[in-house]
Design a protein around this ligand. Structure first.
Ligand SMILES: Nc1ncnc2c1ncn2[C@@H]1O[C@H](COP(=O)(O)OP(=O)(O)O)[C@@H](O)[C@H]1O
Ligand SMILES: [Mg+2]
Length: 256
């Protein structure tokens, strides 16, 4: 399933306080591929993610899922689309309700209208096992897990909804290096196995190079460059992309 935005503009606030956070953004994430979205903090990456999953309404432009516009959907039809496009956010601790068992959080993802742990027991176990956690995890609460495990739970929760598209927003940014690598490997494995389409957002250029087929570069709410991953890292065309790559501490310099 291909997820795309066309000429999307997002404005927050009104009147003299209005701020254009996304300015005429056009980007496609073709089925089965991963597009990495990079850009400094505040450039609008999370806002684009939210617009793509229907959590932020664009002032102008269209969000398309396999060619169907989702920006105008409401009620049941919006709910159905939201299931197929799952967002995993940067802070699993705030996105997982601390009072809810992991099982219940996953049951809710499986069926928002009837979040019944027993009814969805098999799906919950499958989801947890897919991310390398024991089925017993379902009975526990988020605070009983490490940061890396919570991020796995957030991924499991997204998977239980059987999505075709995943929007992953800085999902490894809060993790230690070794845990980060584990989560990335897990994600790569799931992506291949489930043929997922993914928008992978990170300010870490090395991580994005590792996971993406194509890369899009955001600067002050605009996409300044978008193209094949290797081409962008080898020969960035836009001056901003060049600055961003040159200043990335984590990026091994190309031997040339
Ligand atoms: N709900 C909101 N209301 C007003 N401004 C917002 C809101 N969400 C984000 N912003 C502003 O939009 C800009 C882009 O934010 P964001 O999309 O979170 O960037 P990034 O994810 O790249 O760090 C920032 O200036 C931020 O302060
Ligand atoms: Mg963000």
């Amino acid at each position: 399933m291909t997820l795309a935005v066309e000429n999307v503009t997002v404005v927050f606030g009104h009147g003299r306080r209005a701020a254009t956070v996304l300015d005429d953004v056009t980007l496609a994430v073709p089925k089965g591929t991963t597009v990495g979205l990079v850009g400094e903090s505040g450039s609008g990456k999370s806002t684009l993610a939210k617009a793509m999953v229907g959590l932020v309404r664009p002032r102008a432009g269209r969000v398309l899922l396999d060619g169907t516009e989702i920006s105008g959907l409401r009620g049941k039809r919006l709910t159905a689309v939201r299931r197929r496009v799952q967002m995993i956010s940067q802070d699993p601790y705030s996105s997982l309700d601390p009072r809810m068992t992991v099982g219940r959080a996953l049951a809710e993802a499986a069926d928002p209208r009837r979040a019944d742990v027993r009814a969805h027991a098999a799906a919950i176990t499958r989801g947890l096992e897919a991310v390398g956690l024991d089925g017993d995890a379902a009975r526990r609460h988020p605070h009983q897990f490490s940061g890396g495990q919570r991020q796995r739970i957030a991924i499991a929760r997204a998977l239980v909804a059987e999505p075709e598209v995943i929007v992953a927003d800085e999902i490894t940014s809060a993790l230690d290096c070794s845990v980060q690598a584990e989560v990335l490997n897990l994600l790569a494995d799931l992506r291949a196995r489930l043929d997922l389409t993914m928008l992978f957002i990170s300010h870490d250029l090395a991580v994005v190079r590792h996971v993406s087929d194509a890369v899009a570069v955001m600067h002050h709410g605009r996409l300044v460059e978008h193209g094949d991953r290797d081409r962008i890292y080898r020969a960035p065309a836009d001056p901003y992309t060049r600055r961003l790559l040159a200043s990335a501490p984590s990026l091994p310099k190309e031997a040339s």
